[in-house]
Design a protein around this ligand. Structure first.
Ligand code: ATP
Length: 257
């Protein structure tokens, strides 16, 4: 156990430091992989460019994601170490509200980590959790070793999959399997962001509650209205708007200097 950092509440980066602490604790309890800490750093850099807020294209994507999840016949939320450490309550609440299955899906898979992620979801109130141990006995073609394992009751038979913070190879493999892929990724340039059907360029910490709020709001809409929301969404266009937003923000900041 490392030395714990005491974060003053008035520290200018107190929120971001608290998030880092969550991930460090997660790493110590096997929920987060060491590489997950590095991936978080990459995410933080992009969050800086966004101004650490939910920008309009991210809100638009979150609404399209909610509509797609509500329209799905078998939606699954894929949970990796970082998401289990950062927003376990949010993902469990979302899975209940849609409703959708929760599946443990790890890049660096080991029984110890699967159990740790499962425990984190359980303490957030999850009941059924797929993808642990022998349950993950289906394979995603074209991927190697432990990365290919999924649950036949979950991701393998899903039509819509929400994969926060996924890597590019697996996103491409899921697309080839015919899945409709929704991702949350702060990097609009990542292969995952570019390949998914819906990319929410936002911090998972902000995106999870936004999707949940949209699901709650749209739950009473009929299928035709939900379909309209999905049809109006164009991921390439939304990613372009995200990049233009960053460009404009940097332009304004450079003027103020
Ligand atoms: P790809 O393989 O898709 O090109 P990558 O190599 O960056 O991308 P990983 O490192 O596996 O993929 O995934 C981490 C991704 O998650 C990064 O793109 C990073 O920006 C993003 N990320 C990290 N932390 C967060 C967070 N809290 N919220 C949203 N996205 C995040």
């Amino acid at each position: 156990m490392g030395i714990r950092l005491k974060i003053p509440t008035n520290h200018v980066r107190s929120e971001s430091l608290k998030i880092r602490e969550k991930l460090i604790k997660g790493e110590e309890s096997n929920v987060v992989a060491k590489a997950g800490l590095i991936a978080h750093g990459r995410g933080e850099a992009f969050d800086y460019l966004l101004g650490e807020i939910t920008i309009p294209p991210a809100l638009f994507a979150a609404r399209a994601a909610a509509a797609s999840l509500l329209l799905a016949s078998h939606p699954v939320i894929s949970v990796n170490g970082n998401s289990a450490a950062l927003v376990p309550d949010g993902l469990v609440a979302l899975s209940r509200e849609i409703p959708a299955d929760l599946e443990v899906n790890l890049f660096y898979r080991s029984r110890k980590r699967e159990d740790a992620v499962k425990a984190a979801l359980k303490s957030a109130g999850a009941r059924a959790i797929l993808g642990v141990g022998r349950d993950a006995n289906a394979v995603i073609p074209e991927l190697f070793s432990e990365r290919r394992k999924v649950d036949p009751q979950g991701i393998y038979s899903a039509d819509v999959v929400l994969v926060p913070l996924e890597d590019g190879d697996r996103t491409q493999a899921l697309k080839k399997l015919g899945k409709f892929v929704i991702t949350i990724d702060l990097n609009p340039l990542s292969r995952t962001a570019q390949t998914a059907d819906i990319t929410i360029v936002d911090n998972l910490i902000r995106a999870a509650p936004n999707i949940l709020a949209s699901v709650k709001e749209m739950k009473t809409l009929d299928k035709t209205d939900l379909k309209l929301i999905c049809d109006r969404y164009d991921n390439k266009k939304n990613l372009s708007e995200t990049m233009l937003y960053i460009r404009e923000r940097l332009r304004q900041l450079s003027r103020d200097n």
